[in-house]
Design a binder for this molecule. Structure first.
Ligand code: PGA
Length: 308
């Protein structure tokens, strides 16, 4: 079999119009040129594709087969053209990311590395808590989203990109600081400083205690991880935060993780977007970059007990 994409294109126009003349007009060719191309295609496949009864053109059975495949081939070519145009866009392009508050300790660094490789890309990053992020995800407001657990009520594609261990944090001179295997019930007696409701960290913490039939004594609610660390350092209570929030603190800081039962609570970071969304080449490339790069336990600030 011998034929070109151009011949398929011309045949498709003739088969759709059932007219050489109209196909020629549509393609800005002469009628004899169109006729000659269809003839060559018929020779190439070694079967008649179009028959004439009186003035009316008809597709033969082989013609209908060729037409169906023609359309698939032309669709695939159009998709290829779009993707190639997108890839050329990697030289320029925009990337709109939205991440949950706590992911701000991880994602900007990864984004920085990616942008250093593709200096023409303009990136924007929205940082907000889980509840607000889910609204953005439902509205398809961003190219990609990073969050702590895939949403339960939204149809999304979600891929894990890194570990997100949650640790119990106390001031280093806290009476429980040196102890091992602190029962969860003992922990529940302590005053807690928690993130605002709507925070994924808070939700995961409360669920963990609830699974053990316990509830948390909330002494204070703060809308920022950094503010919580300051409040813990100030001796106002203990908290549960992502180990990422400690990544830059060092081992001898004012805060120390407690060896509490069930902690670190192992969660993951997910990269997500609405199911069926067509990712731009830039978004696709960033996703690929994250999946290929991986994130080590050192980078997540995970305590030694959480490392595999
Ligand atoms: P948060 O989310 O910053 O809203 O607490 C983090 C998470 O979902 O783990």
């Amino acid at each position: 079999m011998h034929f070109s994409l151009r011949q398929l294109q011309i045949f498709e126009a003739v088969a759709r119009n059932l007219s050489y003349t109209r196909a020629a007009e549509e393609l800005h060719l002469t009628q004899p040129a169109v006729f000659a191309q269809v003839k060559q295609l018929e020779e190439g496949v070694d079967m008649p594709l179009i028959e004439r009864t009186g003035k009316q053109l008809h597709l033969t059975e082989a013609g209908r087969e060729v037409l169906a495949t023609c359309r698939e081939a032309l669709d695939a070519t159009a998709r290829l053209e779009m993707r190639l145009a997108d890839m050329r866009g990697l030289k320029r392009g925009r990337l709109r990311l939205a991440v949950v508050t706590t992911a701000e300790y991880l994602v900007p660094r990864l984004l920085g590395e990616f942008c250093a490789r593709h200096p023409g890309i303009e990136a924007s990053l929205v940082v907000t808590n889980r509840e607000k992020l889910l609204v953005r995800l439902a509205e398809n407001a961003d190219d990609l989203t990073v969050l702590g657990a895939p949403p339960e009520n939204l149809d999304v594609v979600a891929r894990p990109i890194a570990d997100n261990p949650l640790v119990v944090l106390a001031r280093r001179d806290h009476p429980l600081a040196g102890e091992g295997h602190i029962p969860l019930a003992r922990l529940a007696e302590e005053p807690f400083i928690l993130r605002e409701s709507g925070s994924g960290t808070r939700l995961a913490t409360e669920r963990h205690f609830a699974r053990h039939g316990l509830s948390i004594r909330v002494r204070m609610e703060l809308g920022s991880n950094e503010a919580i660390k300051q409040a813990v350092a100030g001796g106002l209570g203990i908290s549960v935060l992502s180990a990422h929030t400690m990544a830059l603190e060092g081992a001898s800081g004012v805060l120390a993780p407690l060896a509490a039962e069930g902690f670190p609570l192992m969660r993951k970071w997910y990269l997500a977007y609405p199911a069926g969304k067509h990712l731009s080449a830039v978004a696709e490339a960033f996703q690929e970059y994250l999946l290929r790069r991986g994130v080590s336990a050192d980078e997540t600030g995970a305590p030694a007990s959480a490392r595999g």
